[in-house]
Design a protein around this ligand. Structure first.
Ligand SMILES: NC(=O)c1ccc[n+]([C@@H]2O[C@H](COP(=O)([O-])OP(=O)(O)OC[C@H]3O[C@@H](n4cnc5c(N)ncnc54)[C@H](O)[C@@H]3O)[C@@H](O)[C@H]2O)c1
Length: 255
């Protein structure tokens, strides 16, 4: 019998921003398939809520760590502790922030710095910390979460779109530089997904839900479960010949 191409049982996977939304959805699917998962998140209450929810059924394979990925030293320290417990096979960088819509000239410079600090630099920090260890072992898969905004910027959140375009470029560059080391680097660029990030924006912006639904050819706003399969694919041997790609999973948004 041939090996299961999608086998991820026994892999150790770190998911940043893993206590909510897309990261938590990915965690559930990966745990379901036998992986061991460490969730990183900046927010204690989200980690506690995630830990107290349905993840308890996998409590022997799931751990949590409070880390602000924008803080380079904190990431280094946390990665050191995580790696001391054993090698990490897969890193999924979901930690990110978005923003309410505003014309570009009304976006304060501090908001630009925070956006780039979390979405771009936070991704860079974990890629550096875990990438070095993966290169040392000669294998690993890194999955960065960008967005359709990386190539099709939504009005009013140019700082977000720029941060996600930078994540896509970081992915391409790292993939090229690390390909010979056995470390693969890819990106997942979701279209609109219903999560604690987007629900408040949808509630406060009249007509936005209808505009999104109309702009998605498949007709519905996605859920974290609609993205779970691409994370399994990129963690598994099925994607062994894949690096440097951005996968836009978007219900057809970019069509
Ligand atoms: N929801 C969407 O429509 C959508 C679309 C495209 C891309 N994305 C991206 O997907 C990723 C996950 O988004 P989501 O919708 O699940 O949002 P979410 O808010 O539900 O989850 C993001 C998590 O990241 C954590 N986080 C934020 N800043 C952090 C930091 N500095 N350090 C560590 N953790 C931090 C948050 O506490 C939160 O738990 C983000 O990068 C987001 O930009 C989301």
């Amino acid at each position: 019998m041939s090996e299961d191409l999608f086998a991820i049982e026994g892999l150790r996977i770190v998911i940043t921003g893993g206590a909510s939304g897309i990261g938590l959805g990915a965690a559930r699917e990966l745990l379901q398939r036998g992986a061991t998962v460490e969730l990183w998140d900046a927010r204690d209450e989200r980690l506690e809520r995630a830990g107290a929810g349905d993840l308890v059924s996998w409590r022997d394979r799931v751990t949590m760590r409070r880390v602000d990925v924008a803080d380079a030293r904190a990431v280094e320290q946390a990665a050191h502790e995580t790696l001391a417990a054993g090698p990490v096979d897969v890193l999924i960088n979901c930690a990110g922030i978005s923003s309410f819509r505003r014309p570009v000239l009304e976006i304060p410079l501090d908001d630009w710095e925070r956006m780039l600090g979390v979405n771009l630099m936070g991704t860079l920090h974990t890629c550096r910390a875990f990438g070095a260890a993966m290169i040392g072992r000669g294998s690993g898969s890194i999955v960065n979460v960008s967005s359709v905004d990386a190539v099709d910027p939504s009005p009013g959140i140019l700082h977000y779109a720029v941060s996600k375009a930078a994540v896509a470029m970081l992915t391409t560059g790292l993939a090229r530089e690390w390909a010979k080391t056995g470390v693969r680097v890819n990106a997942v660029g979701p279209g609109p997904i219903s999560t604690p990030m987007t629900e408040p924006i949808l509630e406060k912006t009249p007509g936005l839900r209808e505009r999104w639904e109309a702009a998605i050819p498949l007709g519905w706003i996605g859920t974290p479960r609609d993205l779970a399969g691409i994370f399994v694919y990129l963690a598994s041997p099925a994607s062994a010949w894949v690096t440097g790609r951005s996968f836009y999973i978007d219900g057809g948004w970019l069509l």
